[in-house]
Design a protein around this ligand. Sequence first.
Ligand SMILES: Cc1ncc(COP(=O)(O)O)c(C=O)c1O
Length: 364
Amino acid sequence: MNKFELDTPALLIDFDKLENNLATMQKIADANGVKLRPHTKTHKTPYIAHLQRRAGARGITVAKLGEAEVMNAAGLDDILVAFPLQGAAKIERLLCLAERAQMRVSFDSLKVAQDISEAARQRGLKIPFYIEVDTGLHRVGIPPFEATRDFARAMLQLRGIEFFGLMTHAGHAYAAKTLDEIAALGKREGEVMVETAEMLRADGIETREVSVGSTPTARFAAQVKGVTEIRPGTYALYDTNQTHKFACAWDDCAQTVLLTVVAKHSDRLIFDGGSKTLTSDRGPDGAATFGAVVGFPNLEIYALSEEHAHVKSRDAGPLPDIGAKVQVIPNHACAVMNLHNQFVATRGDQVVGAFEIAARGKIR
Ligand SMILES: Cc1ncc(COP(=O)(O)O)c(C=O)c1O
């Protein structure tokens, strides 16, 4: 079947592009001698996690225990939950997973560490953990250098957890405007982490992993000697945000949403997908459009209702007619995956399969 015969809205993933994206990031990891532990919150689909593993990834990252449960049920067995797990309910789920998979956690507080440690100790388990270091995002994370070393020292007392390494996410790179800035932030991300790891080692604290990465910075941070692992996620699919952050070319964007033109007026077109289909994410720079319409660079999705995209032309360029189907590259691939139950796999214009997005909605 040709993809343009599909009923709309339909979420499409071009598998030629997906596979190319996975192979390219794996090559970056291999060339720099670092492990790739992709963040699977982007695709939320076990099959794609398996493709990443087959391409050479060593373990996966998730943000949510629900994602970990889905991935583990599908056979993924080395999982970092890169989110501070708080509360007895979550710790119980973590320990259930840890009984059958290699689970790792990250955190930045004594309270989270103590709670996981105590529960794990009572079950006879030892959970490996990363200390999350703040290299500039100012979200979760301990300041680097002495503060991280002091925290690591305090961790040595806890019997139910085992220090494994340091991790950071340079999400602040999304505010950068030039490739030079992103390259400098990526390099700094790696250097700060390696220097901090050296401080811990000088203190006698074995530090195996130095884990870094966002999609824009991964290829720069990976080059810093001493970094051992990168964790990009969005690289699997890419999106308009990533093109603006120089992480990919437009042609690398594997995710699109197929929509139909359902109304045409003198000043606007209406497509049959709105915020419930594309998300209302304008990206870090507040883009004017809620996605890029493939083949129509003149079109701007200037507003979204829940089920309608409001589209205008920036110039006198061509306009699709009512009934025409158009592909939109979303601004933020990860958020779009979380809205859809399944996606259609394509190669070129041909439909080659359909997959359940099994971890969509797993926000707990
Ligand atoms: C802790 C952590 N690691 C890795 C990533 C992946 O980064 P990106 O979305 O830039 O691929 C994220 C993204 O939010 C993250 O929060």
